[in-house]
Design a protein around this ligand. Structure first.
Ligand SMILES: NC(=O)c1ccc[n+]([C@@H]2O[C@H](COP(=O)([O-])OP(=O)(O)OC[C@H]3O[C@@H](n4cnc5c(N)ncnc54)[C@H](OP(=O)(O)O)[C@@H]3O)[C@@H](O)[C@H]2O)c1
Length: 359
């Protein structure tokens, strides 16, 4: 056991999930989570009752910087950019689960998040942390920008297709994206209370979700140019999970050779060596438009795990590829992929501490 870890924002959903996963990580020697109030750890995270962790103030974590190897920021956007330099200067690697280092261009950050970037000098070195795509850069990084939960699920869901050149990029990539209510954070909001949300859907940010420009930026190297991402987001009536339903137009000259089998083959080959990305290749047995639910991914199948499940189909009459990609927003969408990145940065097998399957 060698890795000494800190979690800034230890009272939140992402911070709590990091603590849960790090407690089961065989190479982690210590976990120091922060809280701004005087909370008791077990009261805030009762699922970890008796785990022995306790909160410290952020200033105390800073004082202990010399005893840390890696610090995770699980804070609202704006905090990591103010503190990352301090930890980096003390030789501590930084993995930011918030959005502070996801754009290389500080102007783009300011446009999307409505505030100037406080550490533009760090943006060039920050590596965008989709492990499956960037592990060589992550291995050498001091600072990793963990992707947004919608973003990582979409990037994994669309990477093979965009790389293949099949998609007509003159048209928008349409995404219907649903997140569990933990995606809203743990601060009380009336509309997200159980009584309001339990049998409903809660659309939000339809004027342009912040993950759309993040996706446009990070899908560009896969697509060969920046695509237009048309994203419609909602919270579903479940606590955990990201469900992405994408609809992409195939270039007219490529439609003749496209069908579900060819798409599944493309995805299987692309992810053949990836542990955490699984393609649902179940064959269709019934006729056209039969309700064969098992041929697409199930959201609940990935809950609690670091897996991303992907399914594809093709609407031949209209030339649209449909992609379904699902993850757990708190695991592959946040804490799990952050640990996967930590493993790569530490030279460990990236699956360490993350092998478990969904609930
Ligand atoms: N939830 C998700 O599904 C998800 C997925 C991917 C990424 N993320 C990102 O992860 C970050 C945390 O999200 P969350 O859902 O865990 O939010 P959350 O439940 O609201 O937790 C936020 C945490 O940040 C702490 N905090 C707030 N301001 C702080 C400051 N100035 N200094 C130190 N700590 C501060 C809070 O501590 P106090 O208790 O002291 O207020 C709390 O521990 C966000 O940037 C979010 O976008 C979330």
């Amino acid at each position: 056991m060698t890795l000494r870890t800190g979690i800034v924002g230890g009272t939140g959903y992402a911070g709590g999930e990091l603590a849960r996963l790090l407690l089961n990580h065989p190479a982690v020697a210590s976990i120091t989570p922060t809280a701004r109030g005087g909370e008791e750890f077990d009261r805030v995270h009762p699922n970890l009752l008796g785990c022995g962790l306790s909160f410290v103030a952020v200033d105390e974590l800073r004082r202990r910087a010399g005893d840390l190897d890696v610090v995770f920021f699980c804070t609202p956007s704006g905090e990591a950019m103010r503190s990352a330099s301090f930890f980096l200067d003390h030789g501590v690697k930084v993995i930011d689960v918030s959005a502070d280092f996801r754009f290389r261009d500080p102007q783009r950050y300011a446009e999307v998040y409505g505030a100037p970037h406080a550490a533009p000098q760090l943006l060039d070195e920050a590596v965008y942390g989709v492990t499956e795509l960037h592990r060589e850069h992550i291995a050498r990084a001091r600072l990793v920008a963990n992707p947004g939960c919608y973003a990582i699920t979409t990037v994994l869901g669309l990477a093979p297709l965009l790389r293949s050149g099949l998609v007509d990029l003159d048209l928008p990539l349409h995404l219907a994206a649903v997140n569990g209510t933990t995606g809203a954070g743990n601060k009380p909001v009336t509309e997200v209370m159980h009584a309001e949300a339990f049998a409903s859907m809660l659309p939000y940010s339809l004027e342009g979700h912040r993950h759309a420009p993040e996706l446009e930026t990070h899908l560009a190297p896969l697509a060969g140019r920046e695509p237009c991402v048309d994203m419609t987001t909602a919270h579903g009536n479940f606590a955990r999970g990201i469900y992405i339903q994408a609809s992409l137009s195939v270039r007219p000259e490529k439609r003749a050779g496209t069908d579900r089998a060819a798409l599944l083959d493309l995805y299987e080959r692309y992810y053949a060596d990836e542990f955490f990305v699984r393609v649902n290749t179940a064959p269709k047995k019934a006729g056209l438009n039969a309700k064969e639910y098992g041929v697409y991914p199930s959201l609940t199948a990935v809950t609690g795990s670091n897996f991303c499940h992907i399914g594809v189909d093709y609407d031949a009459a209209r030339g649209f590829v449909k992609v379904i990609a699902v993850t757990d927003n708190l695991v592959k969408g946040a804490a799990g992929s952050a640990i996967q990145n930590m493993n790569v940065m530490a030279g460990l097998d990236e699956r360490t501490g993350l092998h478990h399957y969904g609930l």
